[in-house]
Design a protein around this ligand. Structure first.
Ligand SMILES: Nc1nc2c(ncn2[C@@H]2O[C@H](COP(=O)(O)OP(=O)(O)OP(=O)(O)O)[C@@H](O)[C@H]2O)c(=O)[nH]1
Ligand SMILES: [Mg+2]
Length: 312
C-alpha cells in the first residue's frame, strides 16, 4: 500500500501498531486510576466515590513500536438522569470504536449483576472486538482467591491481575494489548499523553476536590464551568462557577462561614499550580441550576456534548 508507506516516516517501522483501547467497567473499579498508572501521570480524575468520570478521555501511551490510545469511559450503570444516559452513551460510543476492549473488574469482590449487564452489552455492541479482562485491586485480594466467576463473565483473549493504585501488572498488560492492535502509524507525538485542554482539566480538578470533600448526593450534583482562563507569564487567572442542583446543596458546598468553599479553593489551586507550573489566582462562585442533570441545554453549556446518534 503506497499511502501507508508514505505515512511511515523514520520515527517508526512497518511493524508499528496503534489503535483504540476502550477501558470500560462498572463505576469505581479503577479505570481512571489504571490509565493514570499506565501513563505515569494524571490525565483523569479519580475518587473513592462512583460515577466520577463523565466524559470520554484520551490517554496516549507511546513506545518505539506502538501507540495505544486508551479511552477512559464513565462507569456503566443504570442511568437515572439525562446525565446518566449521556455517560452510558459515551461508554457505548467508545466500545463501538474500539480495536480492543479492556474490561476492568474489581477482583476484591464477586461479580455483580452490573457486571453481567456489561457482559451482555459487550456481546451486543462489540461482539467481535477482542477483550482483555483486568482483575484490578489485587492488593485487596487474599492469596488463593478464586476468580472463576470473574473469568466466566465473557469470552476473552486474556485475563490479568492489576493493582492500579500501586502500579502493579502494568507492563504485562501493555505486552498483552499491543499484539491485538492493527498495524498503523503513530497518531500523536510521543510526548503527548492526552488531548484534553487546560480549561477542561482545570474544571475537572475542581470537581475532583469537591467530590473528595463532600458526601451523599453532592458529588453527583456538581458541575464546574470555567468562565475565564487567562494565562500570563507570572500568573494564571481562573474563574470558575460551581453548579449544584438545589439551594440546600449550596450551603453544604459553601460550608460554615465559607470554610468548605475556601478549602475547595485552596486545594484546587495547589493542584492547578503544580500542573500549570505557574502561580494561579482562582475565583469560585457557587450557583444553583435546578435539576441540571436532566437539562440538555445546561449540559451542553457545561461541555457535555450529547453524542450525535446515527453518525456511524
Ligand atoms: N486498593 C485499591 N484501590 C484502587 C485500585 N485502583 C483504584 N482504586 C481506588 O478505587 C477508587 C475508584 O477509582 P477510579 O479510578 O476513580 O475508578 P473508576 O473506575 O474510574 O470510577 P468511575 O469514573 O466512577 O467509573 C479510588 O478510590 C481508587 O484509589 C487498586 O488497585 N487497589
Ligand atoms: Mg473514572
Amino acid at each position: 500500500m503506497p499511502e501507508l508507506d508514505s505515512i511511515f516516516s523514520d520515527d517508526w517501522g512497518k511493524n508499528h501498531r496503534s489503535g483504540l483501547v476502550a477501558v470500560v467497567g462498572r463505576p469505581n473499579v479503577g479505570k481512571s486510576t489504571l490509565i493514570n498508572a499506565i501513563l505515569d501521570q494524571k490525565i483523569a480524575i479519580v475518587a473513592a466515590k462512583p460515577q466520577t468520570t463523565r466524559q470520554r478521555q484520551l490517554g496516549i501511551y507511546t513506545e518505539a513500536e506502538a501507540q495505544i490510545l486508551f479511552i477512559d469511559t464513565p462507569g456503566i450503570h443504570k442511568p437515572k438522569t439525562l446525565m446518566g444516559k449521556y455517560m452510558i452513551g459515551v461508554a457505548h460510543d467508545a466500545l463501538k470504536d474500539a480495536d480492543v476492549v479492556l474490561w476492568i473488574l474489581d477482583a476484591s469482590a464477586p461479580p455483580r449483576q452490573e457486571d453481567r449487564n456489561i457482559a451482555a452489552l459487550l456481546a451486543k455492541i462489540a461482539p467481535k472486538t477482542p477483550r482483555i479482562l483486568a482483575l484490578n485491586k489485587v492488593d485487596l485480594v487474599p492469596p488463593d482467591s478464586d476468580f472463576s466467576e470473574h473469568l466466566a463473565l465473557c469470552e476473552h483473549e486474556r485475563a490479568l491481575p492489576t493493582g492500579a493504585k500501586e502500579k502493579r501488572g502494568i507492563a504485562d498488560l501493555i505486552d498483552c494489548l499491543i499484539p491485538l492492535l492493527p498495524l498503523g502509524p503513530r497518531y500523536y507525538p510521543a510526548e503527548q499523553a492526552s488531548d484534553s485542554n487546560l480549561r477542561f482539566i482545570a474544571a475537572e480538578i475542581i470537581r475532583e476536590r469537591i467530590i473528595e470533600l463532600t458526601s451523599d448526593e453532592i458529588p453527583h450534583a456538581v458541575a464546574v464551568l470555567i468562565d475565564r482562563f487567562r494565562e500570563k507569564p507570572e500568573l494564571t487567572h481562573i474563574e470558575a462557577s460551581i453548579y449544584i442542583e438545589r439551594g440546600s446543596q449550596k450551603g453544604i458546598v459553601i460550608g460554615k462561614r465559607g470554610a468548605m468553599i475556601k478549602r475547595i479553593g485552596v486545594e484546587s489551586r495547589a493542584e492547578l499550580e503544580r500542573l500549570l507550573e505557574s502561580r494561579v489566582r482562582l475565583e469560585t462562585r457557587v450557583k444553583v441550576q435546578k435539576n441540571w442533570r436532566s437539562n440538555e441545554d445546561f449540559m451542553r453549556r457545561a461541555g457535555y456534548r450529547m453524542p450525535k446518534r446515527g453518525r456511524r
